[in-house]
Design a protein around this ligand. Structure first.
Ligand SMILES: C[S@@+](CC[C@H](N)C(=O)[O-])C[C@H]1O[C@@H](n2cnc3c(N)ncnc32)[C@H](O)[C@@H]1O
Length: 250
């Protein structure tokens, strides 16, 4: 028998061929783009803003830095970074054009236009030169990427020596009772909210399932080390509902 085993991955709780996942994720974010920012506030009760501010507190942006925000969507991280460090430069890179289009419509995008670029590109094959950024970030994008290790390798490649990676992603609660309560909220409330606000239950069902498939804090820290990063550390946010991971290209 000569037929090769097909590489598979997960799309939420479904098993799919690796080459299908990016198209499915692209479909989700194309469909939700116009309601994405509103849904983030509603689903998290605004907490995603606190987490993104905590990311900036740990990152401590500097005016001389050039930031690449991968899977940057509608620009939340780049806007925050540039407001904290006027004079810095930022590039928002995302594979879903509709998300970038929504980002460009935001008032912050006009105010920060001189320091901000929007680029369509894939985290697993970043369209940037080696050693070209001081900081690489990713917020809530990593769990959507088909081959996470390839994206981490790419982050390492495009960072300058001495540069820093910081990733904000959903994570695992340490206590099973808390995880149970959080799962009840995620699985029962968020898809219904998606149906009502974005007229798209299936996309939000995928988003909550993808959270449960993401590796725990220690496993993810190991993947970052495997890509070559040093001084890898993480901080839990809201007891581990989300976590920040930081690593350095030493
Ligand atoms: C949940 S959104 C996060 C957007 C933004 N970072 C934020 O925090 O609001 C996830 C984003 O990841 C992007 N994405 C998923 N896979 C990607 C890939 N392989 N390369 C680039 N972007 C990707 C999607 O298009 C989507 O805009």
């Amino acid at each position: 028998m000569t037929e090769q085993a097909q590489n598979t991955t997960h799309f939420g709780f479904q098993t799919v061929a690796e080459e299908e996942k990016a198209g499915m994720v692209h479909g989700v974010f194309t469909r939700v783009a116009s309601r994405y920012d509103l849904m983030n506030d509603l689903m998290s009760g605004g907490i995603h803003r606190v987490w993104k501010d905590a990311m900036m507190d740990w990152l401590a942006p500097q005016p001389w830095q050039r930031l690449l925000d991968v899977a940057g969507g509608t620009g939340d991280i780049s806007f925050r970074f540039l407001k904290r460090a006027p004079g810095a430069q930022a590039v928002v890179c995302d594979m879903t054009e509709s998300m970038l289009v929504e980002g460009r419509k935001r008032a912050d995008a006009a105010a920060l236009a001189d320091s901000l670029d929007w680029v369509t590109g894939d985290a697993m094959a970043l369209p940037f030169a080696d050693n070209s950024f001081d900081v690489v970030t990713n917020a809530f994008g990593t769990r959507n990427i088909t081959r996470i290790q390839d994206w981490l390798d790419e982050a390492f490649r495009v960072l300058k020596p001495g540069g820093r990676l910081m990733i904000l992603e959903f994570s695992q609660l340490p206590n099973p009772a808390m995880q149970w309560a959080y799962d009840r909220y995620s699985f029962n409330v968020i898809p219904v909210m998606g149906q009502i606000v974005a007229n798209d239950r299936a996309s939000y069902q995928y988003l909550v399932e993808s959270i449960r498939k993401f590796p725990d804090q220690e496993t993810f820290a190991g993947m970052i080390r495997k890509a070559g990063f040093g001084q890898v550390k993480y901080r839990n946010l809201s007891m581990g509902i989300a976590a920040l991971h930081s690593g350095w290209k030493l």
